[in-house]
Structure formats: C-alpha cells, structure tokens
Design a binder for this molecule. Structure first.
Ligand SMILES: Nc1ncnc2c1ncn2[C@@H]1O[C@H](COP(=O)(O)O)[C@@H](OP(=O)(O)O)[C@H]1O
Ligand SMILES: [Mg+2]
Ligand SMILES: [Mg+2]
Ligand SMILES: [Mg+2]
Length: 381
C-alpha cells in the first residue's frame, strides 16, 4: 500500500496502539489469571487488563491525534475509590511498561512524530506517566460519539468472559469519520495465525493450536481490503483475507457467542435449520467471531437478541469487526437487514442484533432470521 493511501497514519497508529495493548493483556492473562481467580470468580485480572489497555491505547491515540474524540468502554470512576489503590498501582505499572516497550514503532508513526513538533510534544515521552495522567487517559474515552467529526471506538478487552476462561478475547479499535467506520484493527492474542493448521476441537476454530502460532492482528481500511498478520511481526508479513464464497448455505458453518445471555442460541439454531446448515455452531467470545468469518474459518455470524430485544449493542463491540468483514467480502447488518449505524452515539440504538455473512448470501440469511422471529412471536423486534 502506498503511503498516500487514505488514513495511512490512523491505520498505523491503531496497529501500534493495539499491539502494545495485546502484549499487556497477554501478560495480565499469564501472570494474573490463575485457576484460583477463575474458580473464585474474581474479576480483578479482567479489570486490571481492561483499564490498563484503555489507558495505553488512548495515550497512543492522543499523542498523534490530540483533538480526536474517543468512545471507550471503560472509565475511571470506580478506580478513584480509596479501596482501589492496589488496582491503580497495578495499572500504573502495567501501562507504563507497555508504553515504554521498544515495540517497533512503524515507520509512518515514527516519521510523523519526528516531522510534527506538535505530535512530538504530545508524545508520552520517556518518563513514566503518573497515576493521574493514566486515569485521565482512561477518561479520554468518555466521548458521546455521534454523526460528526473524527472519533475512535475502543474495546480494550472484548470478550472478558473468554479472557477469564483462556478462550478468545480481542483488543478492538475503530476509527470513524462522521459516523462511518474507516479503519478497524483487532488484536486476538489467543487466535492462531492459521485455524486450518489446528483443527477445530472443543468447539472453536483452531483450538489446540501451539502457543507460538497464537496471536493474530487484523486490519482493514474502508475500500482497501482486509489483512491479517502475526501480532508481533513486521508490517510486510500482512496477507489479504477474504470470506469463503458460498455456493450453498447448507454447507456453511455459523458462529455465535459462548454466552447465551448475549445472543439467543435457540433462535440462531432455528435460523441455521431453515438455511439447511447441519454443522454445529462454533461458539467463541469476542469479535474473534467477525475476524474468523472474514478469513473463512466460518461463514455466518448470528447475534440474535435475547428476550424483548431491549439491549442496545455498543459501538465498540462491532465497529472494527464489521469493517473487517465488509472489506473481506461480507455484509453486516442488524436482524432486519439495516446497516449498523455507528453515528447515533455510544450504542447502536437504531439497530437490533447483528447478522454477518458473505454479501452473496446475506439476503437469504436475513429472510430466515425474519421467519425464525415470526415463529417465536418476536416478529416485531
Ligand atoms: N445482554 C447482552 N446482549 C448482547 N451483548 C451483551 C449483553 N451484555 C453484554 N454484552 C456485550 O457482549 C460483549 C461480548 O460479546 P460476545 O458474547 O460476542 O463475546 C461484551 O463485551 P465485553 O466483554 O467487552 O464487556 C458486552 O459488551
Ligand atoms: Mg466488548
Ligand atoms: Mg470490553
Ligand atoms: Mg464489558
């Protein structure tokens, strides 16, 4: 890709930020998520990981684009309680380590910082950031989103339940202009580079892959295609990814959330039946579902609302993943086939659920979704 390509710098800054955050979350996972914390249902490792990763990503974004708005999942409110001192100390240590790491800053990022005195003076520099500076960085994510201007959407750890289980989770960052997603970057520290090298076991694409095959980064810019590469790798190792072309949906496979509370497994199963899909669903946490279908590990992602459908999906749960799927040949919509509208605030309040499939078969999937909802008496969702 030439350096003149649209949003080249945003793409590189997003990759740099997500790469740093992934090393951090991977470290948190290996050091803090123990069998003990999982059985005690102690969520603190997740919290440390979420907050520190948001502090790191927001710091990297702000050092290059100080005026940009950021819609991030987390905020510092609970962290400011006196009892959270230990948590704050861990965040300060982890975030500063991640920001100080010599992770190769890609040439475009380094170049921009050296040419622009503004960028250089905004950079976080070599000094450790104070506790207050990091809490403020987390709160840069408090933007309301909306239809106008430049805005980032960040999920510092998507799939917190998967993170705790040692399953899939993702660091997800999207860049939007006037409510349209232009850049999407997703780091999946537990996803193999090549799912086919590790046959699906335990209901996951690529489960059983070797540790050193894990860690994949996905990136898309609108109109420029979708790519993947190992997380810790040079940019020239990027390869283009595309969705499978599907001749008949009966041979397709679909994926859904592990959590039945996040999408209706029963409705998803009926939709699959209506489409003649016989393969068992593949259950995965996080936006790893989007990137898995984008590279052809699976074909359809169904996220049917549970109950009365009053839950509003959050923009950071879908912005990056939906662009990656669309740039790989897919279409992403809500259950009625309406495009996801990322320009109405922090949530997708004008949409219900999510359906992603190759653009050639998406309409067919939407018809089955409509029929399944009618049968359940939820045709008015
Ligand atoms: N009732 C609900 N319906 C749909 N999504 C929900 C939900 N409650 C929480 N979520 C979202 O589901 C995300 C995880 O998605 P998935 O089930 O695909 O792994 C969570 O992201 P976090 O893990 O970042 O909090 C959270 O934002
Ligand atoms: Mg999330
Ligand atoms: Mg999250
Ligand atoms: Mg959450």
């Amino acid at each position: 890709m030439s350096s003149a390509a649209a949003y080249h710098l945003e793409r590189q800054v997003a990759i740099s930020a997500v790469t740093r955050a992934c090393s951090l979350t991977d470290k948190v996972f290996r050091n803090l998520v123990t069998a003990d914390t999982v059985t005690k249902k102690d969520k603190s490792p997740v919290t440390v990981g979420d907050y520190s990763a948001q502090a790191v990503v927001n710091t990297v974004i702000a050092s290059h684009f100080s005026a940009d708005a950021i819609v991030g999942e987390e905020d510092s409110k609970d962290l400011r309680n006196p009892e959270a001192k230990n948590l704050r100390d861990q965040i300060v240590k982890l975030a500063n380590e991640a920001l100080a790491s010599p992770a190769q800053e890609c040439p475009a990022v380094a170049d921009a910082a050296s040419k622009s005195s503004e960028a250089a003076s905004q950079a976080w520099g070599t000094q450790d950031l104070s506790e207050e500076a990091l809490l403020a960085a987390i709160d840069r994510g408090n933007a309301e989103g909306g239809r106008s201007g430049r805005c980032w959407a960040l999920d510092p750890i998507d799939g917190t339940k998967g993170f705790l289980r040692g399953g899939q989770y993702a660091v997800c960052l999207a860049f939007m202009v006037d409510g349209e997603v232009q850049v999407g970057v997703i780091g999946c520290p537990n996803l193999p580079h090549d799912a086919s090298s590790a046959k699906p076991k335990e209901g996951e694409f690529g489960a059983g892959a070797k540790r050193n095959d894990l860690g994949t980064l996905f990136v898309a810019v609108k109109g420029q295609g979708a790519f993947q590469r190992p997380i810790q790798a040079e940019s020239d190792s990027e390869t283009a990814i595309t969705m499978n072309k599907i001749s008949s949906l009966s041979s397709a496979s679909f994926c859904e959330s592990v959590e039945a509370g996040h999408s209706s497994h029963g409705t998803n199963a009926r939709i699959a039946e209506l489409l003649g899909i016989t393969a068992e669903p593949v259950r995965m946490d996080s936006q790893a579902k989007y990137v898995s279908i984008a590279r052809g590990d699976g074909d359809v992602y169904l996220r049917l609302p549970v109950g009365d459908g009053s839950y509003q999906e959050k923009i950071w749960d879908h912005a990056a993943g939906s662009l990656i799927v669309e740039e790989a040949g897919g279409r992403v919509s809500d259950i009625r086939g309406r495009s996801l509208d990322f320009g109405v605030g922090r949530t997708l309040k004008d949409n219900k659920g999510v359906v992603a499939a190759h653009r050639d078969v998406h309409d067919q999937v939407i018809r089955a979704v409509g029929q399944a909802l009618e049968e359940e008496g939820r045709g008015n969702l």
